[in-house]
Design a protein around this ligand. Structure first.
Ligand code: UD1
Ligand code: CA
Length: 452
């Protein structure tokens, strides 16, 4: 379908008490207005007009990757005035979908239904019944037809009893819209140019005005303060959690799960409480994620176990690996099949080969570890001289004794052994034993000091 969209996002969002423009506050890690942009793209919108005012620089930076037509509303004189700023960019023939920038949960299916409603009418409105409609524009009907929207502040006591409200989302023909916009005035309780006044104009021209409804009121709920932000965040997370569970993921407590990005899943994944997933993450089948893990832009293949309190960022974990508890895989890390990383182990720009293990208290940075290597407890690769970083190579089958320091650049050969407590500064050839520690002296007949 060809249609233009106007998203109203010029308001300041005073009640957020923030230096960030309201529509940039994130829901699920993504600016709320970006949710709306992504949703309208899904329904095939081509020309997206964003009416902006406050926080122009921040908005343009945060939304730079979108193809948007930026419409400046320098002064916020009302929703009708806001749409007027986009009018020059709207063609007569097409339908224009008007949305608000602060109701991020609107679904593509709801918008599609609004389009279908428009096909049977001249104008389609998205309305909803609220238990507490106060503050909202009320829908005035004459039978099936909507005849006007009256803003709360302008409404009579009888009109205020109406529970059907305007969500601010509507669709109409571009030519009609522009004609009605040019007739708006601000003779009302708030001294604003109300977009909602076009409804009465349309009714007076004998137009057919129909309403459709979202699946739930939360879908169209606007965010004006941080309590509402938190409420919508939870609603969004619940939706995502339900989606994952329907795909075969067990969430031990869906209320304590947060996805801020995109997650691709296999089957029979069990995710314990307080797991946070950010960016683009994939998790294979039969994976267990323990409590309090943070996964950012990473992939975890089938059969892995990620134990409690582990952090995995920009890393790839192959099949049947074990990670944690309390492990940290930093950017550029790759664990090959059956590798193991245990508690208080940090890996950065490091490959840990097939079946290799670093089980306790270790730092491996800028290191390539071959297959079936054992990295003893407390091993540290010294990859940084204070100015530059250097690489370490550890060959297949090597054994690094506990509490060793490996000073890079350096290579340890295949099947080589490093004695515990060594400071290794020279490369070790295949199958050699390297020990670099003070020789032990045993003193016979040693007398302990006595108290004076
Ligand atoms: C508006 C509707 C009301 C509806 C409610 C739903 C009007 C006159 N009223 O009321 O019927 O029930 O939304 O939430 O349309 N905006 C601008 N420029 C402006 C004014 C507003 O861009 O000059 C933007 C705001 O940033 C916001 C949206 O328009 O995203 C709605 O504005 P808001 O002030 O919240 O409208 P309400 O008075 O709540
Ligand atoms: Ca509002």
């Amino acid at each position: 379908m060809t249609c233009s969209v106007v998203i109203l996002a010029a308001g300041k969002g005073t009640r957020m008490k923030s230096t960030l423009p309201k529509v940039l506050h994130p829901i699920g890690g993504k600016p709320m207005v970006q949710h709306i942009i992504d949703t309208v793209k899904q329904v095939g919108a081509t020309n997206i007009n964003l009416v902006y005012g406050h926080g122009a620089d921040q908005l343009q930076q945060a939304l730079a990757h979108n193809e948007l037509n930026w419409c400046l509303q320098a002064e916020q004189l009302g929703t009708g005035h806001a749409v007027q700023q986009a009018a020059p960019f709207l063609s007569d023939e097409e339908d224009v979908l008007i949305l608000v920038g602060d109701a991020p949960l609107i679904k593509a299916s709801t918008l599609s239904e609004l389009f279908s409603t428009k096909q049977q009418a001249d104008l389609a409105l998205l309305t909803v019944h609220l238990d507490d409609p106060s503050g909202m524009g009320r829908i005035i009907r004459q039978g099936d037809n909507v005849s006007a929207i009256v803003e709360h502040k302008d409404a009579t006591p009888a009109q205020r009893k109406i529970t059907e409200i305007n969500t601010g989302m509507m669709i109409m023909n571009g030519k009609d819209l522009k004609r009605w916009l040019s007739q708006l005035n601000n003779q009302n309780a708030q001294g604003e140019f109300y977009l909602t006044d076009v409804i009465e104009m349309a009714a007076n021209e004998g137009k057919i005005i129909r309403a459709s409804h979202p699946t739930s009121a939360t879908e169209v709920e606007g965010i004006n303060n941080r309590m509402q932000l938190a409420k919508i965040e939870r609603a969004f997370q619940t939706e995502q959690a339900n989606d994952l569970m329907s795909k075969g993921v067990t969430l031990l407590d869906p209320q304590r799960f947060d996805l801020r990005g995109d997650l691709v899943v296999g089957q029979d994944i069990v995710i314990d409480v307080n797991v946070v997933i950010e960016g683009t993450v994939s998790i294979g089948s039969n994976v267990k994620i323990g409590p309090n893990c943070l996964l950012i832009d990473c992939s975890i293949a089938d059969g892995c176990v990620i134990e409690a309190n582990s952090i995995i960022e920009q890393a790839q974990v192959a099949e049947n690996c074990q990670v944690g508890p309390f492990a940290r895989l930093r950017p550029g890390t790759e664990m090959r099949e059956n590798a193991k990383v245990g508690n208080f182990v940090e890996l950065k720009k490091t490959v840990l080969g097939v079946g290799s293990k670093a089980n306790h208290f270790t730092y491996l940075g800028d290191t390539t570890v071959g297959d079936k290597v054992n990295i003893g407890a407390g091993t540290i690769t010294c990859n940084y001289d204070g100015v530059n970083k250097f690489r370490t190579e550890i060959g297949d089958g090597a054994f690094i004794g506990s509490n060793s320091s490996i000073v890079a650049p350096i290579s340890i050969g295949k099947n080589a052994t490093v004695g515990a407590g060594s400071v290794i500064t020279k490369s070790v050839d295949d199958a050699e034993l390297a020990i670099a520690r003070a020789k032990q002296r045993n003193i016979e007949g040693w007398q302990r000091p006595v108290k004076k």
